[in-house]
Design a binder for this molecule. Sequence first.
Ligand code: PLP
Length: 501
Amino acid sequence: MAMLFHSTRGKNVNVTAKQAIRKGIADDGGLFVTDSLGEKTVDVANLPGKSYQQIAKEVLGILLDDFSAEELDECINSAYGSNFSDSKITPVREVGDDYVLELFHGPTSAFKDIALQILPEFMARAGSENSKKACERIMILTATSGDTGKAALDGFAGTEGTGITVFYPEGKVSEVQRMQMVAQQGDNVAVCAVRGNFDDAQSSVKEIFADKTLADELEKSAETVLSSANSINVGRLVPQVVYYFAAYSQLLEKQIINVGDEVQFCVPTGNFGDILAGYYAKRMGLPVSKLIVASDKNNVLFDFFKTGVYDRNRPFYTTTSPSMDILISSNLERMLYYFSDGDSALISSLMNDLKTTGRYEVPGEIMDKIRQLFECGWADEEQVANAIADCRDENSYVLDPHTACAYHVLSHSQADPMIPRIMLSTASPYKFPRTVLQALGEECDGSDFECMDRLEKISGVPTVRALRELENAKVRFADAIDVKDMPQYVLEAAKRMANRE
Ligand SMILES: *Cc1c(COP(=O)(O)O)cnc(C)c1O
């Protein structure tokens, strides 16, 4: 029998993995979880010698068991191939006394590629939610503050039966990030700047999803339904479980550990998706003794782990690690579900508190259990810059500002010499060349591309060609619109795509 998923907030409706991927979020607003997590495990003794793709097949085969072996092979082979610049997909490097798991070798140089290269493949095989409408098109709709938009565009470009529309706040993303999006190739993509900030664009996208009149119009004039690729989708979470096993496998192969030895992971965190995947890996048999959360100045998670109170009523800081500038960590809901032993009534009430008051308090006995596995630290802007400089000076290794948060946290926590610590690196430093240069004490008044050249000279790490070549890329999408015009833009993009087929 297939593994079943239900909402974190109620167990009455059960769906298969394919349905959960297709739906994205449960009807009651909860996130899809399975009570079968941990029933089937991966035997770590058999990991050495396996390729990333083989490990992926084993892990995904457990978590997405309604996909056939053939379907998973197709998904894995098209997602993890020559589009990654390292044949290991997620290589582990020794940096000082610790290890770095590099997750940025995909086409957009951020870790979101690992999930977003395979999500479109899952969706293409997940079928229609309503079998009578099997010929429907899907339009993926995303508001982005930078990394997600490009990773989603790259993943969905060219996918049959699927279109993607990305909105970004005009003037609020970096030069590199903007060029990555507006030069995107593919005839099923649309990219548009919005006059406003990220929250304005994000709120409007949420309204568009809830707009029944627009949904009817999309159905009627373009046979299109809207869908989302955001990080609460099961299809984005499970591909991330794979690289925790791949990291362990590489340490076994290098004989740094023996089968069964424990390791720790430290993860730069925003929406809690990346580190939650580490928890799933532990439940599936990976020997993990600690999961260390690293936040930036938006340290809502740090306060939560310390006090048991999650409180988003606080100032929002725009930092040099923009992809971690988040005040609502959505995937935390899944962790709370598992640590409360599946108490969906409790989760439902906590999330209602969050919605109405902006805060919730988790019972002490649940917090005690959480703290046995999770630790948390954070870095302010100066500490991020210092971490980048220290790591370069001490290890000749250049970090991006997100990974630097993890480096800072590990440098200030007690290491057990018997337990290897693995830091997850979520972006290439060449995605944030200006911030990294400044941290290294270099000034650069030129463009982001001049910053890249300078960084390459002083770091000795070759630049990422796909990023460097953006300087002369052709801008395909120059539109900028008001927030109120976003629904109309979506409708027109859907019609354009429908007419093209
Ligand atoms: C998205 C992102 C993160 C945060 O990942 P979560 O899964 O939201 O915790 C960290 N670093 C980079 C570079 C990212 O793009």
